[in-house]
Design a protein around this ligand. Structure first.
Ligand SMILES: Cc1cc2nc3c(=O)[nH]c(=O)nc-3n(C[C@H](O)[C@H](O)[C@H](O)COP(=O)(O)OP(=O)(O)OC[C@H]3O[C@@H](n4cnc5c(N)ncnc54)[C@H](O)[C@@H]3O)c2cc1C
Length: 282
């Protein structure tokens, strides 16, 4: 690897100044679990690196009456250990638990997982069903983007060259809210998703409402399964409904064949994951 100038500011304002100066010639480094590999393989050739590791104001999990606010530098292990997230955002915790290995989870950040814009990212389907918004800041402005509008295709997103992701926020799950995040991969652990499903719904006497279903690894970006969610709305959970929902979700998946899996398997397994997840909510 070549020598880079490495900036390691201690405040967000300083980081934003540096980003504005270098724009796309500087690469943000959070945990580095994605980016270091890309640097080694020369897939990216920045003039400088901007490490976020010393910026304490990007590392927090906060709550108010209705909302949770997460700083992008929170690691997956920190999320798994968070009382607030376990209580109000269990679906996200499920995603963080199955990402990589303990060593990866200890350094990889949720912000890095989101900005990476990968269709297989394990925190994105959970954040989508939670209705998360991303706060993107530059020295000139601050804007909020719904997470489902962030990624454009693998590795590309709407983030501008002068922006840094500074917050991920979403509404707390309430008492009747239930859900899951499940993925299937080559192995039980340390495995990138071949297909994944997140679902959130309000469940009262087995009846579903406010259903959101999001699929990972079965399209160029994480997708909202709108037809499946509409079908499940108002339905009472039983084996037949779960099976019918599985057939609909298969039709919404638009996977490709690649090194990890093929189209037929991915379509079939996304239905199986949904059906099992739904029955687990009873
Ligand atoms: C062995 C291994 C196993 C893995 N397994 C999985 C897995 O099972 N599931 C999965 O989803 N991923 C997996 N990954 C991928 C990776 O670990 C995750 O995507 C991780 O969350 C990335 O976080 P990071 O902090 O390391 O990001 P980095 O590598 O530091 O950054 C990733 C990207 O985000 C940008 N970035 C980071 N933070 C910000 C910010 N605040 N604002 C703007 N841009 C930012 C960086 O510039 C870079 O483009 C694995 C990686 C490895 C090496």
């Amino acid at each position: 690897m070549k020598d880079f100038k490495i900036y390691s500011p201690t405040t967000l304002d300083e980081a934003l100044e540096i980003k504005a100066k270098y724009l796309n010639n500087i690469l943000i480094l959070a945990g580095g679990t994605d980016i270091v590999g890309h640097l080694k393989d020369k897939l990216v050739k920045p003039k400088a690196l901007l490490s976020l590791s010393k910026i304490i104001e990007l590392n927090y999990i906060e709550q108010d009456e209705n909302k949770i606010m997460i700083g992008p530098s929170i690691t997956h292990s920190e999320a798994v250990g968070s009382e607030v997230l376990n209580r109000y955002a269990g679906i996200l915790v499920e995603g963080c638990k199955v990402l990589g290995s303990p060593q990866i989870r200890n350094i990889a950040t949720i912000g890095g997982n989101v900005v990476n814009a990968s269709p297989v990212a394990d925190t994105v389907p959970p954040l989508c069903v939670l209705g998360a918004n991303l706060t993107l800041r530059s020295i000139k402005r601050e804007r909020k983007v719904p997470i489902e509008n962030f990624a454009i295709c693998p590795g590309k997103s709407v983030i501008e060259d002068d922006e840094i992701l500074t917050q991920i926020s979403f509404t707390k799950m309430e008492n009747n809210d239930k859900g899951f995040y499940k993925k299937t991969g080559q192995r039980r652990a340390m495995s990138i998703a071949k297909a994944s499903v997140a679902l959130k719904a309000s469940v009262q006497s087995d009846k579903l409402s406010d259903v959101r279903v999001v699929l990972g690894a079965v399209a160029p970006k994480v997708i909202l399964a709108m037809k499946t969610a509409a079908f499940l709305e108002g339905k009472k959970l039983d084996n037949d409904i779960a099976q019918q929902a599985a057939r609909i979700v298969e039709s919404e998946a638009a996977p490709i064949t690649d090194l990890r899996s093929n189209i037929d398997y991915r379509k079939m397994i996304v239905g199986v994951i949904l059906e099992r997840g739904l029955l687990g909510l009873r």
